[in-house]
Design a protein around this ligand. Structure first.
Ligand code: CAA
Length: 397
């Protein structure tokens, strides 16, 4: 089988975060409900100039800066998002210029709730496997701002961030298994965002059930596909789409019980097989399309060296709904590549904001897309959404 997979990862998160114990106190909820009950600690809070385009550009720039990879080698760029900033113009068009991708690249945006990035990754794999890449790489960028109404049950499960993945025929992190995956689709009303809304509508408990149904369907389809192929091997680690940490815990129990383990046996495998992948998501919250890949970044940051040669399982879920289960093998040398990427650096240089600052930022949401030019903060080397001039979105940096 051709070796195709993830060569490098770049992350970008907003510069402010809210501590969820502070939010719990403000909402009159015991902090233990958020921290232990939902498995969340902090959530990223995006300022109006940290929109989905700026986050995508900053994650991609970071990827190229930390690896020295050449943006000029990119032949395909897919942006997965459910936080589109325009009904027509894709984030990929701005990204193409802001990152300096070649004109002879194909760039576009993919939407299916939290699945858009995985759709891009699977397409990138097939593009390389088909021979269309001609030695070029693919850039897949997942970028989102997760917003629920203030004081809703979903509020503590917000977040924001982007994860950029460089996909190549010489992957230095994770060799994927093209053609070997399990898919699942069903029309459900678990989570959606009507065109006029900035924040999502969610049927929370139903969404948990839909996620688990989709996991069961995709996982069993993947197991059948593996049984019919010559690719075998146990999964040393398992990572999941992480709307909040507890969901990944429920997902893991569900899939291990489908393997025939009793509930207590399934739970006993959680610490070894899943826990390190949840460290970054607990710092950032839900990043929708990027959540699975933030979990991958967390796993590789903490354990890549120890996992070289091991196979890991990945589960992607997009409400509405579609899901995919697939796997990859950590490449020899991935430990030193992951160390070079310094994947935790963007999480370290952030500022804790207060609940009232967070609420003031949310109050700006309604007018965010028509802000006049100039109301932004830009950091050195980083892209910011500077506002709108003559109906055109202007990015600086
Ligand atoms: N101490 C410790 N634990 C506590 C507690 C306390 N004081 N109080 C409650 N808990 C526990 C509960 O027992 C419960 O645990 P279990 O799930 O193990 O039973 C947990 O905390 C949550 O409590 P509730 O179910 O009462 O919480 P809620 O109803 O207020 O909200 C939610 C939960 C529905 C998931 C809500 O956060 C939500 O709507 N989130 C957004 C939707 C979402 O993320 N869905 C996930 C699947 S869909 C998806 O994955 C796509 C996507 O990205 C959105």
């Amino acid at each position: 089988m051709t070796q195709i997979g993830i060569d490098a990862i770049g992350i970008s998160v907003p510069h402010a975060y809210l501590d969820l114990a502070d939010l719990a106190q403000a909402r009159g909820v015991p902090p233990s409900k958020y921290v232990e009950g939902l498995g969340v600690r902090r959530m990223a809070v995006a300022a109006p100039w940290e929109d989905a385009v700026a986050l995508a550009a900053n994650a991609s720039r970071r990827l190229f800066a930390t690896t020295g990879a050449d943006p000029g080698q990119v032949g395909l760029c897919v942006v997965g998002t459910e936080t589109a900033v325009d009904h027509s113009k894709p984030i990929a068009a701005w990204l193409h210029r802001l990152v300096g991708l070649p004109q002879r690249a194909r760039s576009y945006e993919a939407k299916h709730a939290c699945f858009g990035g995985t759709a891009g990754l699977l397409t990138a794999m097939d593009w390389i496997a088909s021979g269309s890449a001609h030695e070029r790489t693919a850039l897949v960028v997942c970028t989102d701002i997760a917003r629920y109404p203030l004081r809703s049950a979903g509020e503590p499960t917000q977040g924001a961030g982007a994860v950029a993945l460089l996909v190549s025929a010489r992957p230095r992190l994770l060799a994927l298994e093209p053609g070997l995956s399990g898919s699942y689709t069903a029309e459900v009303n678990d989570f959606w965002r009507p065109l006029h809304r900035k924040d999502a509508v969610v049927d929370g408990h139903h969404s948990v059930a839909c996620y688990l149904d989709a996991l069961g369907g995709a996982y069993m389809a993947w197991k059948d596909a593996c049984a019919a192929s010559d690719v075998h091997g146990d999964l040393g680690r398992r990572i999941y789409h992480v709307p909040y940490g507890k969901m990944a815990r429920k997902a893991h129990r569900h899939s291990r019980m489908l393997d025939g383990l009793a509930e207590t046996e399934a739970d006993a495998t959680f610490a070894r097989e899943v826990a390190t992948s949840l460290a970054f998501p607990a710092e950032v919250g839900n990043v929708y399309t990027g959540s699975l890949y933030l979990a991958l970044a967390s796993l590789l940051h903490h354990e890549a060296a120890a996992l070289e040669g091991q196979r890991i399982g990945l589960f992607s879920y997009g409400s509405g709904c579609v899901a995919e289960y697939f796997a990859g093998r950590v490449v020899s040398g991935a430990g030193s590549v992951a160390a070079q990427l310094r994947l935790d650096a963007p999480l370290a240089s952030r500022r804790r904001c207060t609940v009232s600052e967070y609420e003031s930022i949310r109050a700006l949401d309604a007018d965010a897309d028509s802000r006049p030019l100039g109301q932004h903060e830009a950091r050195d080397g980083e892209v910011a959404f500077a506002g709108v001039e003559g109906e055109r979105r202007i990015y600086v940096g």
